[in-house]
Design a protein around this ligand. Structure first.
Ligand SMILES: NC(=O)c1ccc[n+]([C@@H]2O[C@H](COP(=O)([O-])OP(=O)(O)OC[C@H]3O[C@@H](n4cnc5c(N)ncnc54)[C@H](OP(=O)(O)O)[C@@H]3O)[C@@H](O)[C@H]2O)c1
Length: 298
């Protein structure tokens, strides 16, 4: 968290910035479309785009914290963005493979966004190097534009659950590594990296006989197990650097989302609460794995 003088480039009624064009939500879809078409195929943004906003209409001084959530256009990700943005003084970068999906999702909770907060959709496919670079450059430019020193929290939420090991590891492990390595230089000391994991990654739980009756997802479970291993490695690394950056693995519980064909028993609006609370917390343990009920054995 830092103390900043934040110049909001928005009219007072509009706090959703449209993707990497950072236009105002109140502008016409044609205006948005032409801005999108004028960018690269992947929606890259330049500082010119940011500066190309309508005149600043007000200046405020506030204590702003910034967040990037990957895979945030649906499921637990979108609820995390919604609930974070409902709190004061937050800037939430909403990662989405398709900008339009993030914009559609955001329009459904626009009226809940706190007057001092903002949501900024960002095109981001964590398996695509160019998309990652564009997202990094965009976020970096945006933070600079707002006189923010960096990003406070990265939520590694994007994932897939499919039988293929190759596809699972490409997103859940290698994609998460790629985005984390790209974004890490932007993270403020004292910030956090939240890896959204799952209890099915717990080797301890699988070693319990009663767990053997559960359906098994070897590619997904083992990819999340690798993610948990990264949580520990990164936590130790940050500890050695003395950055104060916490790295944790969080299980949100079994939620009804696209990932499980909406078979989950929890509402993702509840399941995301442990993610939201941990993201908002300014301190806490690092190198731990937990759900809403407390720590889980690795
Ligand atoms: N649901 C559960 O019961 C449950 C339980 C434990 C853990 N989790 C974890 O919670 C997190 C969120 O899952 P969810 O249930 O909300 O799933 P979801 O509704 O299927 O959402 C997954 C999100 O990840 C995005 N994504 C997939 N591949 C991507 C890529 N290459 N680059 C960027 N984004 C990508 C998807 O984008 P598209 O919309 O473009 O596909 C979507 O936005 C995951 O890490 C999951 O493993 C979920």
């Amino acid at each position: 968290m830092i103390r900043v003088s934040l110049v909001l480039s928005s009219s007072s009624s509009s706090r959703i910035f449209v993707g990497q064009e950072t236009l105002l939500s109140g502008r016409s879809s044609n205006t948005r479309r032409s801005a999108r078409e004028s960018g690269s195929a992947r929606g890259a943004v330049s500082r010119r785009d940011i500066r190309g906003l309508p005149p600043f209409t007000f200046t405020v001084t506030m204590s702003v914290r910034s967040f990037l959530i990957t895979g945030a256009n649906q499921g637990l990700g979108v609820h995390t963005v919604h609930q974070l943005a409902s709190t004061p003084d937050v800037l939430v970068f909403m990662g989405s493979r398709k900008l339009a999906a993030a914009e559609d999702a955001t329009s459904k909770f626009a009226s809940d966004i706190h007057p001092s907060s903002a949501v900024v959709p960002v095109q981001l496919d964590i398996t695509d190097k160019e998309s990652i670079k564009n997202a990094h450059d965009f976020i970096s430019g945006y933070l600079q534009e707002k006189n923010l020193t960096g990003l406070d929290v990265l939520v590694n939420n994007a994932a897939i659950m499919v039988p293929s090991f190759e596809a699972s590891y490409a997103v859940n492990v290698l994609g998460t590594v790629a985005i984390t390595e790209a974004i890490r230089p932007l993270l403020n000391d004292g910030g956090a990296i939240l890896n959204i994991s799952s209890k099915v990654a717990s080797m301890w739980l699988w070693s319990q006989t009663k767990w053997r009756e559960r359906p098994i997802y070897p590619a997904y479970s083992s990819s999340k197990c690798a993610l948990n291993s990264l949580t520990l490695q990164w936590a130790f690394q940050e500890d050695q650097k003395g950055s104060g950056i916490r790295v944790v693995s969080i299980c949100p519980g079994y939620n009804a989302t696209n990932m499980n064909n909406y078979a989950g028993t929890m509402d993702p609006a509840d399941g995301c609460k442990v993610i939201v609370q941990t993201a908002l917390d300014k301190d806490g343990k690092s190198g731990v794995f937990f759900d809403r009920n407390g720590e889980i054995q690795w």
